[in-house]
Design a protein around this ligand. Structure first.
Ligand SMILES: NC(=O)c1ccc[n+]([C@@H]2O[C@H](COP(=O)([O-])OP(=O)(O)OC[C@H]3O[C@@H](n4cnc5c(N)ncnc54)[C@H](OP(=O)(O)O)[C@@H]3O)[C@@H](O)[C@H]2O)c1
Length: 400
């Protein structure tokens, strides 16, 4: 059955699950302001009163939101998630930590042939969903696209954009340097602590995925680890970032021939001052160590409750810029992806535009677990550019 046949008769184009949370609320506001006329979308969550209050808030700025459909669904009630998946073409979910709450919805979408986007920055969850649901999603045609927020959209699409400015059919080398300012929400803190507490499980699932996942024949993809060092080209200390992003980039490179026969990506935080770089490494190390101790985890998570997040004033001052240095076939290019508040304002925009892109745009035929670059690529770059996220060539060194 083709995607069009299967989706014919679905009630909604997009259902936003977790709409009552901090990032979910911002995503709902974005959809209220930017979903095109005729797009059928709905708010979903486990708490009807919170959904009603959210809808009232949206209707204060756009009275047409007073009629938005509300869908009751609970991550602990698989039947409610099946009903959501069968009612819509795309589900966008902010219900995390995903390793705790996420799998039943992925399973329901894979089964119903429904496209799925989330904000997971949790490697264990993404690998586990590949192992458990990729094949079924391939059979039903569902596109399962994780990490549609600051993890990992600017990095995945920024690398794609850089590749597109380099020659075809040659080895390519790209280094990404992230600079950002912002603070985190209670939901993000809970997810970071969950990741820190599950390092052993994360490693085991990653090894299993490496064992079973096919590699591209005749092509080499690498994301080598590195030590912190001074980078002359970035004009900063380069601190390797142990996030999910390089894995996502490597998956895009493995799926897309355009990344060439031998592709290497390295991912760093660019930190101008040495004490800040040393401090950042110490804090990350402390988090990983404390995350393994239940009492320390409880104490840390009590500092920021679920639903809380940075104020509008703080978000207005937050920003990010990721600079990519690419070379291949005798050509070099420097590109940049930039925007406002990475963790929340821009993440809500990225999640909402990813959902709209899957629901409404002409895209390459893909299915199963796919990255943003593979599933949406240039169509999503175009959408995000129109929405104010910068994708630009900074320089083409060596050109007069
Ligand atoms: N990767 C990125 O760039 C990025 C950026 C931002 C956020 N995130 C991730 O996004 C997730 C959400 O963050 P947040 O700060 O928005 O968290 P939050 O404010 O705590 O929101 C969590 C949402 O999940 C819902 N929820 C919790 N348990 C549920 C259940 N059993 N059934 C249905 N809904 C349930 C909550 O519903 P109630 O309102 O009823 O409690 C709420 O709507 C986190 O995993 C975070 O790490 C990622």
């Amino acid at each position: 059955m083709s995607r069009n046949d299967r989706e014919h008769g679905r009630e909604y184009d997009v259902v936003l699950f977790g709409a009552t949370g901090f990032t979910g609320g911002l995503t709902a506001e974005y959809l209220a302001a930017h979903a095109p006329d005729g797009c059928r979308w709905a708010l979903a969550g486990r708490n009807r009163d919170k959904l009603l209050r959210l809808r009232e808030r949206l209707a204060e700025t756009d009275p047409s939101c007073a009629d938005l459909p509300l869908v009751h669904a609970d991550a602990d009630d698989p039947a409610s998630l099946r009903a959501v998946a069968e009612s819509t073409r795309v589900v966008a979910t902010t219900v995390g930590p995903y390793i705790r709450h996420g799998e039943p919805l992925v399973a329901a979408c894979a089964e119903a042939g429904t496209d799925y986007v989330d904000l997971a920055g949790e490697p264990e969850f993404v690998d586990l969903m590949y192992l458990r649901h990729h094949e079924r999603a391939r059979e039903t045609g569902a596109r399962l696209v994780h990490s549609c927020g600051f993890d990992s959209v600017p990095h995945d699409l920024g690398v794609l954009y850089t590749v597109e400015h380099l020659p075809e059919g040659v080895p390519l080398r790209i280094d990404g340097y992230v600079r950002a300012s912002g603070t985190i929400s209670g939901g993000t803190l809970a997810s970071v602590l969950t990741v820190a507490s599950r390092q052993r499980q994360t490693g085991a699932v990653a090894r299993e995925r490496r064992r079973v996942e096919p590699r591209p024949a005749g092509r080499r993809i690498s994301t080598p680890s590195d030590l912190p060092r001074r980078s002359a080209k970035a004009g900063a200390w380069a601190v390797p970032l142990p996030t999910l992003d390089p894995q996502v980039v490597a998956r895009s490179a493995a799926a897309l021939e355009r990344y060439g026969p031998d592709f290497r990506y390295r991912h760093y935080a660019a930190v101008r001052r040495l004490p800040v770089a040393v401090g950042g490494i110490a804090v990350a190390g402390a988090f990983l160590a404390l995350g393994l101790v239940p009492a320390a985890r409880r104490a840390l998570s009590a500092r920021l409750a679920p639903g809380e997040g940075p104020s509008p004033e703080r978000r207005a001052k937050s920003w990010f810029a990721v600079r990519f240095f690419g070379e291949g076939g005798g050509r070099r290019v420097i590109t940049e992806v930039s925007g406002g508040d990475p963790g929340y304002g821009e993440t809500a925009k990225m999640l909402a535009e990813s959902a709209l892109c899957l629901a409404l745009d002409e895209l390459p035929e893909t299915s199963g677990q796919v990255t943003t670059a593979v599933a949406m690529g240039d169509a999503l770059i175009e959408r995000l550019s129109r929405a104010g996220i910068g994708f630009r060539v900074v320089a083409v060194p060596g050109r007069g």
